[in-house]
Ligand binder design. Structure first.
Ligand SMILES: NC(=O)c1ccc[n+]([C@@H]2O[C@H](COP(=O)([O-])OP(=O)(O)OC[C@H]3O[C@@H](n4cnc5c(N)ncnc54)[C@H](O)[C@@H]3O)[C@@H](O)[C@H]2O)c1
Length: 393
């Protein structure tokens, strides 16, 4: 597989690259990969576990992915250093291309010096062309683009420029930068290149109607949004239990604290909004009613990449008696995310090789806000993925 990662030097990207190369070289086993479960036997014929990486970044462009991986490792120590050192030569060869940070909000300014195409004075069309060209030079039939860049502020859909691909092209030609943002430009570049695209973030990416249209016209499969890896995974696995036992959830409080870059970006109100919407909407979709709910995400620097979620559930049972359930999720964000990134890429390649295009709704299992799917219950999502794979094999 050739993975083009947007946000190449972030902790999820670098952990994906370390893990991918370590799996390829048989330094580690395949624990954590959903696609390696017996239900998905045969996927290797469509997407082998061999890896090349490239991508777009907006900082440290003179450095390599090894430098970025080491930087994150020194703060987090999230795996055995020996694994990274054994694939060091591979990682040193990976250098990101300059991307765009257009309308990404103030959160990303925390990273230090940003180098981006719009800062070089390029027009919207020129930026789109550059992104497209970088991907074109990298791509082959095994390529997938995955968005792993920082979360962007919510985009207000503009009917003239976002509803159709013709309008979107007009936006590029008229250089209407105020209506565009980075994730939609990357998604456009991928789909123009006929490369499958996965959006691991809550940013808009390929979910614009214009880009959905382009994906159908160009025969490109795509999936998103926002990887379901931690608290929301537990929530959407646990909430169905209350449903199956006919218990009423009266209230659900989720309090998330996290550090690192992702936490820093999400401590900015406009960047956080996308994430809260993505996490908050799942209960109603599973239960069919909206319990009182509180979803908070706060920056807690010393935790670094350790994401801790405290959840409190108040529920009502037989004879109207109220009861309580508490859980604490203490996950290492990049470790739960990286294998899912590889899975998403593999299933998208499978879809492409089977001639499927447009939104792959059956990949809802991997996302907090699955595009074009109201199936949020993890158990149903898993079965849907298994059936889809079997039926298309
Ligand atoms: N479990 C998880 O870690 C998890 C789950 C769901 C979603 N996500 C999302 O995945 C994304 C990556 O998470 P992370 O922890 O690796 O964050 P991170 O901050 O470590 O990495 C983000 C990287 O993107 C780069 N970047 C920012 N804007 C960019 C742009 N416009 N173009 C190119 N590069 C850009 C940054 O420089 C940084 O290197 C975030 O949006 C996060 O919300 C993560």
């Amino acid at each position: 597989m050739k993975l083009w990662l947007i946000g190449t030097y972030g902790i999820v990207s670098t952990t994906t690259a370390v893990g991918g190369k370590a799996i390829e070289r048989e330094i580690v086993d395949k624990r954590g990969l959903v696609s390696e479960l017996p239900q998905f036997e045969g996927i290797n014929d469509f997407a082998k576990l061999t890896f090349e990486f490239g991508g777009h970044e907006i900082r440290d462009l003179d450095k390599s992915l090894y430098y970025a991986a080491k930087f994150h490792w020194e703060k987090n120590r999230h795996f055995d250093n020996d694994i990274m050192e054994r694939v060091r030569e591979d990682l040193e060869k990976i250098k990101a291309k300059k991307g765009t940070a257009l309308n990404c909000g103030t959160g990303i300014e925390e990273f230090g010096k940003i180098e981006s195409l719009e800062k070089d004075g390029l027009s919207l069309r020129e930026i789109a062309n550059r992104l497209e060209e970088d991907m074109r030079k990298f791509k082959d039939d095994e390529t997938v683009v995955i968005n792993l860049a920082s979360t962007e502020p919510v985009v207000k859909i503009n009917s003239k420029y976002h509803e159709s691909i013709e309008g979107f092209e007009e936006m590029l030609d008229e250089d209407k930068k105020e209506y565009a943002n980075a994730s939609m430009l990357y998604a456009y570049a991928a789909i123009k290149n006929k490369i499958p695209y996965g959006n691991f973030t809550p940013s808009v990416g390929s979910s614009l109607p214009a880009l959905k249209q382009l994906a159908i016209e160009n025969g490109v499969p795509h999936a998103g949004n926002d990887g379901k890896t931690g608290e929301t995974l537990v929530k959407t696995t646990l909430a169905p239990m209350f449903l199956y036992r006919n218990l009423e959830i009266i209230g659900w409080m989720s309090y998330n604290i996290l550090g690192d870059f992702d936490g820093k970006v999400l401590s900015h109100k406009e960047n956080k909004e996308s994430k809260v919407i993505s996490k908050d909407s799942v209960l109603e979709k599973i239960l069919g009613y909206s319990p009182y709910s509180i979803t908070e995400i706060e920056y807690f620097p010393s935790l670094i990449d350790n994401k801790t979620a405290f959840d409190f559930i108040h529920f009502k049972g037989f004879l109207g008696t109220k009861m309580k359930f508490y859980f604490v999720w203490d996950g290492i964000d990049a470790i739960v995310a990286a294998p899912i990134v590889i899975d998403i890429a593999r299933f998208l390649l499978f879809a492409k090789k089977k001639g499927l295009c447009g939104v792959i709704k059956e990949m809802a299992f991997f996302f907090k806000s699955p595009m074009e799917s109201n199936v949020i219950n993890t158990h149903e999502q898993f079965q849907m993925l298994v059936n889809w794979f079997k039926n298309n094999l």
